[in-house]
Structures are given as structure tokens and as C-alpha cells.
Design a protein around this ligand. Structure first.
Ligand SMILES: Nc1nc2c(c(=O)[nH]1)N[C@H]1C(S)=C(S)[C@@H](COP(=O)(O)OP(=O)(O)OC[C@H]3O[C@@H](n4cnc5c(N)ncnc54)[C@H](O)[C@@H]3O)O[C@H]1N2
Ligand code: MOO
Ligand SMILES: [Mg+2]
Length: 420
């Protein structure tokens, strides 16, 4: 008789896997390799940025107290005594009613407290000496980049686990990090099971389909910040699959299989977990797609039996594998980013929670979430056009256009804490 599985709520499944989420360790990479990685330590400013007052414009460095009476009728005249390009510093003391030409970004002379752009001055020569006229008062501090205004010495800039975007690369360079401590990429193995599977470069034949889950999972793993190790496809044979799974575990943080996890005659994963002595945390989750998602634990390592159906595999990954990877990457918000948006579909009541492949759109009245098409679990086309999942909790009366619902973002580097 076929085994009757007891579905557990999505929240319980998430809690069960997060119980085994380990913290990862850091490694050092060159700054140029750090983009897209996650900080392996808190980033703390060890000096002010900028570390000196700088001119905002190509113009003149002035002493604002010289200009308090300046007006179009009575401009104030200053003598120009030298010129400072970016990278140079003043060599002379600037006395009352003196000024220096200064270029954008150059260090302000100590005696000057403001800059004024060339365009607001009149320059002329008299008896071989250079002068400018200024026809307005200048506030102390104006048109400067002030010492420490960007980042203050001692400030915690970004905590460990922050995703390194191009701006953080700039900050790292600013503080002299030629090499950067980043979190090691979790090493995640993938097997695609199914005798029906053809390799991507094989021609179609009756009864067989190309293996799309392996490519999809590798991309999902990369998007989550992990290093995928594709270990190949396995035919639906117990001995072959058992041997492959048991020998793969050693060198991995976590193992994913796709397919072979339901109650079919050739679904061998449940029996493999049994023979391995792994503890099955759950083998049915009250969600669609992905209800057959099974997770087992062996010596603290998680074995994910994701569904063979592409959409079920995809959703099972995003809800249950991604947060474990993000924890290994030191994220404090490891779950998919959750926002609220106006639902643009109509779905009947369902006892299982539904995660509808969707697109987030910017409507005239705010964010809208639009189901992208048929929601059958075998479909890959709808995955291709999804950047969000509409969350329709189980046990409700159904959802209609205009309802404001939870939406999970698939492409965001931000995340959410649990519970959503
Ligand atoms: N009697 C029941 N039958 C099924 C149930 C159930 O509860 N009772 N659950 C259904 C649900 S829901 C799902 S989802 C699937 C899950 O099946 P498995 O995870 O065991 O996966 P397979 O049977 O191996 O394959 C399912 C489907 O996916 C295709 N597939 C598999 N691998 C790949 C791949 N790498 N790339 C592309 N497509 C793949 C495979 O050919 C099948 O069509 O079970 C239902 N049945
Ligand atoms: O629930 Mo299955 O896992 O739809 O696709
Ligand atoms: Mg099956």
C-alpha cells in the first residue's frame, strides 16, 4: 500500500532546516574578486573619509572673514598667491585678503575655510600680480568636502555577512583593502535523478526529456552565493543512486538531489535515506508547488530531496535551501525578502499554501504582483518570467484581484528575518 505522508506547515519545515543551519567560515580574496561575495568580518572605518577638507570645485580657497562686506557695488579684492592641483598641498601661508587657486578635490589650506568656483569671480592682473574680485559674502564651510563627512573614523560601516556590491568595493578600496575577508562559498552538491533525463547536448528521443533542473539549481545556488558542484545525473536504480549519494557527502556542506522523492515505484530517495541512517525531518510540506520536498539529516549535514518537477524543485530550493546557504554566508536576514503588493490574479481556496510564480510590477497605485501564467509544477516557461512569488496562505477563502498579499522577491540581495 502506498505510504500516506503527513504534510507539515511551511513554517515548521523552515524551522526544521534552520535548526541545522551552520555558521560558515571566512577566507581571503583579492579585492577584484570580492564583488558578489559576502563580508567575512565587520567593516570598520580606521580613518575619516575624506581625511582632510577638500575643495568641491575648481576655484579659489578663501578666508570667509575677508568677504563679509563683499557686494556687487563693493567687491572685495583678494591676491592670488599660488595654485594647488589635486594631490598637492599649499606651500605658503594664506594671509588676510589673499587666496589660492585650488582644483576640485585638492586639500584646503589651513587658513582657508571656504571655496568659490571660478565662474563666480573676476580674475585680472595688475603690475605682474594676480587678483580676483568677489561680489558676495561666502559662508564658512561652503563648497567643501568636509573631513569625515563621508565616513567617520571608528564607525561600523557594514556588518559581517553584507553582500558586496560595487559601492562596497569602492569603500573597501578607500580603506586600503587590497585583499578582503569574505565568507567561504558553501559547497553544495547536486544530483539530478531520473532515467528519463537526457544531457543538455543530447537529441530528443521518445519518452525522454532534457535535464533542466541541474542547470536551474546551479544558477539558483550561484544566485544565493554558493558554489554548485554538479555531480551528474543518476538513473532510477537503488544501488547506483545509493552508492553515488553516500560517497558524495564527504566533501560538501549540503547535498541536493532532484526527483525520485515521491511515492512512485522508482522514487528511491526515501529508501536511500533509510539505508544511510539519515533522520528524515519531513517528507511532505503543505505547499504547492514543492509539496514532496523531503529533507533528511545525517551527522549534522542536510540532504535535500527536492522534487523532480522543475517548479517544485525551484520553490523548494528558494524556501528551504536558500536560508541555510545565507546562514553559512553570515546573513542576518537569510530568508527571501518579503514585501506587500496588490495581487492581480484570482485563485480559489486551497488547503496548502501556494507560492505563485509572479512578476512584480510598478503600477500607478504602487506595487502590483502579477501571476505569470499557468501554475502547473512541470512548467519551466513560467519560472523564466518570474522575479517574485505571490504567497497565498493555505486555509483561506481564496484570493482575488486587488487583495494585498505577501510577496517574496527572488532577485533581491536583501533578505528577511523569520517569521516572514
Ligand atoms: N501518487 C502520488 N503521485 C505523486 C504525488 C503524490 O503525492 N502521490 N506527488 C506529485 C507531486 S506534487 C510531485 S511534485 C511529483 C514529485 O515527484 P518526484 O519528486 O518523485 O520526482 P520524479 O517523479 O522523479 O519526477 C517528477 C517529474 O519531474 C520531471 N523531472 C525530474 N527530474 C527532472 C530534471 N532534472 N529536469 C527536468 N524535469 C525533471 C520528471 O520527468 C517528472 O515529470 O510527484 C507527483 N506524483
Ligand atoms: O506539490 Mo508538487 O511538489 O506540486 O509539484
Ligand atoms: Mg516521482
Amino acid at each position: 500500500m502506498v505510504e500516506k505522508r503527513k504534510p507539515i506547515p511551511v513554517s515548521e519545515a523552515v524551522a526544521a532546516v534552520m535548526h541545522y543551519a551552520l555558521s560558515g567560515s571566512p577566507e581571503t580574496v583579492a579585492l577584484e574578486e570580492s564583488y558578489g561575495r559576502y563580508l567575512g568580518e565587520d567593516l570598520i572605518a580606521d580613518h575619516d573619509v575624506p581625511h582632510f577638507d577638500r575643495s568641491r570645485y575648481d576655484g579659489y580657497a578663501v578666508r570667509s572673514q575677508d568677504l563679509t562686506t563683499a557686494s556687487p557695488e563693493h567687491p572685495v579684492t583678494l591676491e592670488v598667491i599660488e595654485e594647488i592641483g589635486a594631490g598637492f598641498i599649499a606651500s605658503k601661508e594664506i594671509k588676510p585678503f589673499q587666496t589660492v587657486r585650488i582644483m576640485t578635490g585638492a586639500q584646503m589650506p589651513d587658513q582657508c575655510d571656504a571655496a568659490i568656483m571660478f565662474e563666480l569671480t573676476e580674475e585680472y592682473e595688475k603690475s605682474g600680480r594676480k587678483f580676483i574680485d568677489i561680489d558676495r559674502p561666502i559662508k564658512s564651510g561652503s563648497d567643501l568636502f568636509h573631513k569625515g563627512e563621508d565616513m567617520k573614523n571608528g564607525a561600523l560601516l557594514f556588518p559581517k555577512g553584507t553582500y558586496i556590491n560595487p559601492g562596497i568595493c569602492a569603500v573597501l578600496a578607500t580603506f586600503g583593502y587590497a585583499s578582503v575577508k569574505v565568507m567561504k562559498k558553501p559547497r553544495i552538491g547536486i544530483f539530478a535523478t531520473g532515467t528519463e533525463l537526457l544531457d543538455v547536448d543530447e537529441p530528443l528521443v521518445p519518452g525522454k526529456i532534457r535535464n533542466s533542473n541541474a542547470s536551474m539549481l546551479q544558477a539558483q545556488l550561484r544566485r544565493a552565493g554558493a558554489e554548485p558542484l554538479y555531480l551528474g545525473k543518476l538513473i532510477d536504480d537503488f544501488d547506483v543512486s545509493y552508492k553515488a549519494v553516500s560517497s558524495a557527502l564527504e566533501d560538501l556542506d549540503l547535498l541536493i538531489t532532484s526527483g525520485g522523492v515521491s511515492v512512485g515505484d522508482f522514487d528511491y530517495l526515501p529508501a536511500i535515506y533509510k539505508k544511510l541512517g539519515a533522520e528524515v525531518l519531513f517528507n511532505k510540506v503543505a505547499m504547492r508547488p514543492g509539496s514532496v520536498t523531503t529533507v533528511a539529516e545525517l551527522n549534522g549535514k542536510l540532504l535535500y530531496g527536492l522534487s523532480g518537477n522543475p517548479s517544485s524543485c525551484y520553490v523548494g530550493f528558494e524556501l528551504l535551501v536558500r536560508p541555510v546557504i545565507k546562514s553559512l554566508l553570515a546573513s542576518k536576514d537569510p530568508h527571501l525578502k518579503k514585501i506587500r503588493a496588490k495581487f492581480q490574479g484570482n485563485f480559489p481556496a486551497n488547503s496548502f499554501s501556494r507560492f505563485i510564480r509572479s512578476h512584480l510590477a510598478y503600477g500607478n497605485d504602487g506595487l502590483e504582483v502579477v501571476p505569470v501564467g499557468a501554475d502547473k509544477p512541470n512548467m519551466v516557461s513560467t519560472l523564466a518570467s518570474s522575479d517574485a512569488l505571490s504567497v497565498l496562505p493555505g486555509g483561506s477563502n481564496g484570493f482575488s484581484k486587488g487583495d494585498v498579499i505577501d510577496v517574496l522577491l527572488l532577485e533581491s540581495n536583501e533578505g528577511s528575518k523569520w517569521p516572514w
